[in-house]
Write a protein that binds this ligand. Structure first.
Ligand code: PEP
Ligand code: MG
Length: 761
């Protein structure tokens, strides 16, 4: 059964278009269950009806025309209950609806299962037969399992507007709404530029070509580029490479000239596939053939074919990604947006980003936030190949993307963007003013930093120090570990710019979702694995070089250097790190540098550190909560996984209680306590943290002015009253609603996102 199921899902997923996918779906299900009828009914968005969208066994002419009201018939009942209905004789059921145009009179048994994606019923899959017998349990289970997998295909079709084509080809495909998660706030209007990670054949989607000539030309150009590259490399290394390697280049050229591969790809493009899909299918076919060969030498040649395919694919992707040309208002779109993709867009031209993967607290979302770029993450149904060059609106408040927006929707969003720009300008006036509450309580607002350009952005917004330097970011853009001198010079640049303000340098925090291309860490559970301090304690040479670079960078400056340890889960890690920092300090001092002893701090990011906050505080100079990870580990919700993003609640009562506990323990030990997770930059979070006694709120530069405005307009006394109320609540949603209500009542509602009625989509 399992292989049958996988086969159907694979066949349907590989269909050229949605209509074909539906046809395959009904035909293969009918065969698999050996039943007489199989149909798919799809909900038509905004019409309150199901469309008889695909069928085998009933009246073929009604496909694409017959409809049933959402509340009517057995199909309506399956949708309403969102569960299967299995009947021996359908016509005896009180909800049975006779639809003469379908011709279903001869059929008695009925099994309908809902097609559900992300809790939404998208349609109903039905099988029927003449015999008066209920479908048995295994048949029902099979259909339910299959339907759950097919739901993603239906959802994708809905997202790309292919469903519209089934019932109304004339309808203009404006305002196609794609739902994702709010990644970084703000709205952006621009043109989609789809970027792909390093080429991988498996990740290429099967899709139809929109314009055959364009696809053929792109393919020919890519082949030509690869051919020229190979010739160039072969000539360049003619003297230095061994003969076998040079022979491989000849073999590649031969394969490109030989029509066997390129001819097959062109053939598939002519029959309607887009170039990348055609290439993938042909290469994989050839590789399979090679792999089945008896001869070991020939089997190996499969690898060469694959390698060649990857080279052509990379060129095709470069052609599509307009590598050298970005529109002035680029919206970066991708399966997964990486840090290096962000940096490829010239500064000032990147206006928004949309990623299929990731969630609110993924590192790329945090970076987008820091850059002030609206982002939508986890848009799982994103039709990547259709968004390139399309006009897009990114709504980072609500996690929505609109493709091909109407003029009305565009002007609504232009108005929102304008309002946001005006508010930001007003906030500029607070730049030089301290962050003091109405009743005189001083809070330090520092910045989280790491990207190029962050220094100016932070100082322009009045940052009073660096609360978190994510040192791994510069490590991520290199192709090897940066040397001590390279690190020193980068850190020095920041310390000089912030002089005499304090600078908090976090030691390398890799692992989890932060990979270095030259230091791969492959693990089943990377967030519970070799991460942060665990890596650097196992590699003292990396730790020591970094600590030395930090100390030397601070040499002769007045600003305080604070070194902070990430992902600490045990006191022994602090003890070991402390002795390495001391060793680095002694070495640097012995070498004659004018260095001061740094302050040492621990990040509280895992539950064990919460319960030992006092033991940790006793050992070091300060504590800083990394609430992004702390929330992830307390709630056991992967901060990167869009499927569980709804469970990632930064105002969860357990998280709030943990935060208060950490502050209390630090206060008992008379140590400074701060926070550098995203929570500090949210209005509700900032008010509650103020109440708990956090002295330092460190956040991205974009949020800083808003939080300063908020805290300057509130009394700590009121914040404490809110905290006491909130600590009695048992649901994050209640906390959020209560806090937003309080902010609105205090006249601070501008910070609570809400704008025009977006029913246009
Ligand atoms: C955190 O976990 O809250 C934090 C500040 O660190 P990062 O987001 O870089 O993991
Ligand atoms: Mg962290």
């Amino acid at each position: 059964m399992l292989s049958l199921l996988q086969q159907i899902v694979q066949d349907v997923g590989g269909a050229r278009n949605f209509a074909e996918a539906l046809r395959l779906m009904v035909s293969e299900v009918r065969k698999a269950l050996d039943t007489e009828v199989c149909s798919v009914y799809l909900k038509m968005p905004g019409r309150g009806q199901y469309l008889f969208a695909a069928n085998e066994g009933l009246n073929a002419e009604s496909v694409g025309h017959a409809t049933i009201a959402e509340g009517a018939g057995l199909v309506g009942l399956v949708g309403e209950r969102a569960e299967p209905i299995n009947l021996q004789v359908a016509s005896l059921h009180p909800r049975y609806l006779h639809m003469p145009e379908l011709g279903e009179e001869p059929f008695n048994a009925f099994l309908g299962v809902p097609i559900i994606h992300h809790r939404r019923v998208l349609g109903v899959l039905v099988v029927q037969h003449r015999e008066k017998r209920r479908f048995d349990e295994s048949e029902e289970a099979f259909l339910v399992t299959l339907s759950a997998q097919l739901a993603a295909i239906v959802a994708r079709a809905e997202a790309v507007g292919e469903m519209d084509g089934l019932f109304d080809a004339e309808r203009p495909k404006e305002n196609q709404r794609i739902q994702g998660l709010a990644g970084a706030p703000g709205v952006a209007l621009g043109v989609g530029v789809v970027m792909h990670p390093t080429a991988s054949l498996d990740m290429v989607a099967d899709a139809q070509a929109e314009d055959l000539t364009v696809e053929l030309m792109a393919f020919d150009r890519a082949v030509e580029t690869v051919r020229n590259d190979i010739r160039r490399i072969s000539e360049q290394f003619a003297q230095s490479l061994p003969r076998e390697e040079l022979a491989l280049f000849d073999a590649y050229l031969h394969m490109l000239d030989d029509e066997a591969i390129t001819g097959d790809v062109r053939q598939r493009i002519r029959s309607g596939e887009w170039a990348q899909g055609a290439l993938k299918n042909v290469i994989q076919e050839h590789v399979r053939r090679f792999q089945q060969m008896e001869d070991a030498y020939l089997r190996e040649r499969g690898t060469d074919v694959e390698d060649l395919g990857l080279r052509v694919l990379a060129c095709l992707q470069d052609i599509r990604t307009h590598k050298d040309h970005f529109p002035k208002d680029t919206i970066l779109v991708g399966e997964e947006i990486t840090f290096s993709m962000l940096t490829r867009v010239p500064s000032g031209q990147l206006k928004g980003l949309v990623s299929k993967r990731g969630a609110v607290n993924s590192h790329v979302a945090i970076l987008a936030h820091a850059l002030g770029i609206p982002a939508v993450m986890g848009a799982v149904d994103l039709p990547l190949h259709r968004l390139d060059g399309r006009s897009l609106i990114v709504d980072g408040h609500y996690g929505e993307v609109y493709a091909n927006p109407s003029t009305d929707l565009t002007s609504d969003y232009i108005a929102v963007a304008e309002e946001e720009r005006e508010f930001a300008e007003e906030l500029n006036e607070l730049r030089e003013l301290p962050c003091v509450t109405l009743d005189g309580w001083r809070v330090l607002l520092w910045v989280n930093i790491g990207l190029p350009g962050d220094i100016t952005r932070s100082l322009d917004r009045g940052a009073e120090g660096i609360g978190l330097f994510r040192t791994e970011v510069p490590f991520m853009t290199q192709d090897r570990f940066p040397s001590e001198e390279e690190q020193r010079s980068l850190y020095r640049e920041h310390m000089e710019a912030f002089e005499p303000r304090p600078v908090t340098m976090r030691t390398l925090d890799i692992g989890g979702d932060k990979a270095l291309p030259y230091f791969p860490i492959a693990e089943d559970n990377p967030f519970l694995g070799w991460r942060g301090i665990r890596v650097t304690l196992d590699h003292p040479e990396i730790f020591l070089v970094q600590a030395r670079a930090m100390l030397r960078a601070n040499s002769g400056l007045r600003g305080v250097l604070r070194i902070m340890l990430p992902m600490v889960s045990d006191v022994s890690e602090v003890d070991e790190a402390q002795s390495l920092v001391r060793q680095a300090y002694r070495e640097v001092a012995d070498e004659g540098f004018n260095v001061k002893e740094p302050l040492l701090g621990v990040m509280i990011e895992v539950p064990s550190a919460v319960y030992q906050a006092r033991d940790l505080a006793r050992r070091v100079d300060f504590l800083a909560v990394g609430s992004n990870d702390l929330t992830q580990y307390m709630l056991a919700v992967d901060r990167n996984n869009p499927r569980v993003a709804g469970l990632y609640r930064d105002l969860h009562p357990s998280v709030l209680r943990a935060l208060r506990e950490v502050a209390r323990q630090a206060h008992i030990e008379k140590k400074d306590v701060g926070i550098c997770g995203e929570l500090a930059g949210t209005p509700s979070g900032a008010v509650l943290l103020l109440a708990m006694g956090y002295q330092v709120l460190s956040m991205n530069a974009t949020n800083l002015p808003k939080i300063k405005w908020l805290l300057r307009n509130i009394k700590r006394r009121d914040a404490r009253r809110m905290l006491l109320r909130v600590l009695k609540m048992d649901a994050a949603e209640d906390v959020r609603r209560y806090m937003e209500g309080e902010l609105i009542a205090a006249g601070l509602g501008r910070l609570v996102p809400s704008h025009f009625d977006r029913t246009a989509g």
